[in-house]
Write a protein that binds this ligand. Structure first.
Ligand code: PLP
Length: 280
């Protein structure tokens, strides 16, 4: 991804190659800030309101000053215009600002889409199981303290996989470092419940509304890894990767080791919901 544009709440568009935050910004120094990552389809950030709501909830959870949602929405427009790309990644950052000063900074960042997702979608991901026991504050909060998540992705890569799958100490499937996880048992889709320590994905919520339209049932719950390993197909979901098939976990094939039909139908349904059909 390449950063194309940045706009700051109250300051408007900035040079994307110039420094924006101070060295003693609490987000920089301590990971005490919150963020969101949003897909922009044809100039429209998909489910921006839901992302702004989650940003505000995450900020409240870690004790940051309240998010200026209107200011951020304006910064989003400014950054999208400056970025000049109809299809892009939009990120929001809300940090409480410099040490001892307490003036929050809100940023909207526009970047190019990451390369290679369509190739990965066609072949499907291999995941590596990584044990995960998130702290009470971090679980379900989209703070910038993502070092552990990124270390899990690195560990998965060292083990020859594309991404990690977080499993709790009691063997219950949680999520990925940057995605939610789902699998299919015949006509039913299963996904970990929000009562578990996972992030409430905006994509997850969107897909829960679309599942019955594409002919599947759904069950949210607390499921052991064995259930996923025996599934007919599996996939990850996130705003940027959308619906991404999973074909193996720790070298065990999932289903017939091919991207499955539910992932394909949901990817299609997600794009339609975004007003951006696959066949464009
Ligand atoms: N879970 C985690 C830990 C994440 O970081 C993300 C996205 O970054 C998700 C799930 C998926 O969330 P969304 O669908 O809102 O992109």
């Amino acid at each position: 991804m390449t950063l194309l544009a940045v706009a700051e709440v109250g300051r408007g568009p900035l040079d994307p190659n110039a420094p924006v935050l101070h060295a003693d910004d609490q987000g920089v120094l301590r990971g005490r800030a919150v963020f969101e990552t949003i897909r922009v389809y044809d100039g429209h950030p998909f489910r921006l309101e839901a992302h702004l709501d989650r940003l505000a909830a995450s900020a409240a959870r870690i004790g940051l000053p309240p998010v200026d949602a209107d200011g951020l929405a304006l910064a989003v427009e400014e950054a999208l215009e400056a970025g000049g790309r109809p299809d892009a990644v939009l990120r929001l950052l809300w940090t409480p600002g410099r040490e001892g000063e307490g003036t929050p900074t809100g940023l909207a960042l526009v970047s190019t889409l990451p390369a290679g997702h369509d190739t990965l979608r066609a072949r499907g991901l291999r995941l590596a199981v990584v044990p995960w026991a998130p702290g009470a504050l971090i679980a379900g909060t989209k703070s910038t303290s993502y070092a552990e998540n990124m270390a899990a992705v690195d560990e998965a890569a060292r083990r020859g996989a594309d991404d990690a799958l977080f499993v709790a100490p009691d063997g219950i499937v949680l999520e990925g470092p940057t995605s939610n996880v789902w699998w299919r048992e015949e006509r039913r889709l299963l996904t970990p419940s929000l009562e578990l320590p996972i992030l409430a994905g905006v994509t997850r919520a969107t897909l829960l509304e679309l599942v019955s339209d594409v002919g599947y049932g759904v069950q949210e719950g607390s499921f052991p890894l064995e259930r996923l390993l025996a599934a007919d197909e599996a996939f990850l979901t996130s705003s940027i990767r959308e619906v991404m098939p999973v074909v193996a976990v720790d070298d065990a094939p999932i289903g017939d080791r091919q991207p499955g039909p539910a992932a394909q139908s949901l990817q299609r349904a997600l794009r339609s919901a975004a007003g951006y059909p696959l066949e464009r």
